[in-house]
Design a protein around this ligand. Structure first.
Ligand code: ADP
Ligand code: MG
Length: 263
């Protein structure tokens, strides 16, 4: 079985993409799945949040995109959590310009991942907060997109930009890409606005809205400074439990039961 490749994308910053990538990786690893995180954000937050120092990287996703290193050479195990990371740092910010004259520049990541597709059950790509060439590499490599979002006033407007981009990606470079799900993050169940936005979301996207809701939880925000997923830092916290539930929901949505139904 080759890896299922999921891009975690939303051009808005601060919606919980990186938190979702790191905790979902730890959750899937706990369920026995082999996971690789690809950090496609020059900020390197998924790298740091996995306990990997971004300053001292000998090889990173930057070299991989430029064809100067393989994924096997650049990947590293997370400090804890039981998953691997293809790390990133600020070098990656230069990749966009350097790739301008390269052939198939939007398929660099996809082509590089072929070599490790049998090493993993899931590859989770942490996209930067923009719709640039890096994000495009993520969307070309992926078979589905997981969209974290905060249920606030402008959330739906931001989503329509992403849906338009996905439509173009589907038409031009990656016809198989689909929305795996929309994840409500930092959810405040007591807020009327959150409830209203969640209802609108359900009306527009139906069962693409995931059942799991991630609450606002300070333990999730504290964990990265320890280089740990929230799931390892404090697994009893409500945030950690939500991400464990998300891992389970993802597995049940993406790994259809293999037994044949009895007649
Ligand atoms: P993005 O990758 O989309 O920019 P992050 O995952 O980095 O978003 O989250 C933005 C900030 O919010 C970070 O400081 C993170 O620790 C915090 N955060 C993310 N999810 C939660 C949550 N469920 N509860 C509280 N804080 C959160
Ligand atoms: Mg991020």
């Amino acid at each position: 079985m080759t890896a299922r490749v999921i891009a975690i994308a939303n051009q808005k910053g601060g919606v919980g993409k990186t938190t979702t990538v790191v905790n979902l990786a730890a959750g899937l690893a706990e369920l026995g799945r082999r996971v690789l995180i690809v950090d496609l954000d020059p900020q390197g937050n998924a790298t740091m949040g996995s306990g990997i120092g971004k300053q001292s990287l000998e090889r990173s996703v930057y070299q991989v995109l430029l064809g100067d290193a393989t994924v096997e050479e650049a990947r590293q195990p997370a400090k804890e959590g039981g998953y691997d990371v293809l790390p990133a740092n600020r070098d990656l910010g230069g990749a966009e310009l350097e790739l301008v004259n390269e052939l198939a520049r939007e398929a660099r990541l996809k082509n590089a991942l072929v070599a490790v597709e049998n090493d993993y059950d899931y590859v989770l790509i942490d996209c930067p907060p923009s719709l640039n060439l890096l994000t495009l590499n993520g969307l070309v490599a992926a078979s589905s997109v997981l969209i974290p979002m905060v249920c606030e006033y402008y959330a739906l407007e931001g989503l329509s930009d992403l849906v338009t981009t996905l439509r173009k990606v589907r038409a031009v470079v990656n016809p198989r890409i689909e929305i795996m799900g929309l994840l409500r993050t930092m959810f405040d169940a007591r807020s009327n606005l959150s409830q209203q936005v969640a209802e609108q979301l359900a009306r527009h996207f139906g069962n693409k809205v995931l059942d799991t809701v991630v609450p606002r939880n300070v333990r999730l925000a504290e964990a990265p400074s320890h280089g740990l997923p929230g799931l390892i830092y404090d697994r009893t916290s409500r945030g950690a439990q939500a991400y464990l539930a998300l891992a389970q929901e993802l597995v049940s949505r993406m790994e259809p039961a293999t037994e044949t139904p009895s007649v």
